[in-house]
Structures are given as C-alpha cells and as structure tokens.
Design a protein around this ligand. Sequence first.
Ligand code: AMP
Length: 205
Amino acid sequence: MNLIIMGAPGSGKGTQAALICKKHELPHVSTGDLLRKNIADGTELGKKAKAFMDAGKLVPDELVLALLKDRIEKSDCKNGFLLDGFPRTKAQADALGKIVEIDIALNLDTDLNKLADRMASRRVCLKCGYSTSAELAPDGKCKECGEPLVIRDDDKREVVENRLKVYAENTAPLVEYYKAAGVLKNIDGMQSIEAVNAEIEAILK
Ligand code: AMP
C-alpha cells in the first residue's frame, strides 16, 4: 500500500500518519521530519533547508526530491509507505508519479482560519517526530521516547500565516490532482483525533 496523507499545516497529518503507520506497520515518511533531522544533525542539506523552513517557505523541489527518493528506496519501503508532507507542489507530484504508484491519497479537510491556534499549541519531539499539544503533554516530555518536547521554529505566529498562504497557493491544488487520478479520499479533519482516525480506518479497510 503506497499512501499519501495531505492537509494544511496543523491539520493533524503527522498525528494521523503516526496512528496509521503503527496499526498497519508502514514506514512513516515525513519530509518535514527528515528535514528537521538534517538540521539537528548539521548536514549540508539541513543548512540549506533551514532558512526556507524558518521563513515558512517551501524547500526547493530538487532538495526535497533527492531526500524523498533516498528514503523510499530503503528496503523498509519495499512493500509500501505513508508519505506525510510530500508532495507539496505539482512538480513534486509529477516526479513522485514517475517513481511509484499511489494507491490512496487521504486528504484532511480543515478550516484554514482555525489552524493558527492549533499550531500555536503544537509541541514536537525532534528525536522521534512525535507531535502533540501543550495541553496533552503538561510535563513537556515525549510520550514515545522521553525527550523534551519543543515548539517548532516555524510554528511561531509570524511564520504560520506564511505557511498557510504557501499551502493555499502550492499544495491545495494537489487535492484536484489526486481526485483526477481517482485515488483521493476526503476526510473531515476538524473532528477529534479519534473520529478522524475512525474515518481513515474505514477507508483503508
Ligand atoms: P511539515 O513538518 O510537513 O509541516 O514541514 C515543515 C517545513 O519543511 C515546511 O514548511 C517546508 O519548509 C519544509 N518541507 C517539508 N516537506 C516539504 C516538501 N515536500 N516540499 C518543500 N518543503 C517541504
């Protein structure tokens, strides 16, 4: 099963992706997590990507594509994977289509006006990619690996607005792209985590 999970920043993609991957034993391929790992490790790619990410802009296609190809060629992706945060542009979607076939593109439908608040309370683990909210993690520790949770640099209010604009301009059109390809499944992403997950599981069955 080759899956994509799409949705605006703050729509809950990362949270749902983690649940799906755990249940179906699929590798969770998040380009955002891979980029943040490169930044934390101080790689050349991380250095190039950081300025774009901190400004809420997209990292250039060629950098992200190389990263993605490298990841999905690993043996654990042989029988399927879930892409989270990729593709984000039509050029990325075209390039992806040349490497693999996508079976289902899950789209979390959300009200863009309500996402800035969700992102303000988001807390993430830079070690394992776990994502939660400040309210759900009052001790500030990752539930998966115990590392301290942090606020992402690009979740600051001034950057969030730009990310939502970039999403609307570059990524939202991919909903039509995958609809035309006959693989799109829309889900109401404004429900609780459990209700969204139940809708997704009904589709994956
Ligand atoms: P995410 O964790 O998916 O919200 O991604 C965080 C940031 O990483 C984005 O705002 C972009 O700057 C960058 N990024 C992640 N995935 C991509 C991608 N597929 N194309 C371009 N930039 C990306």
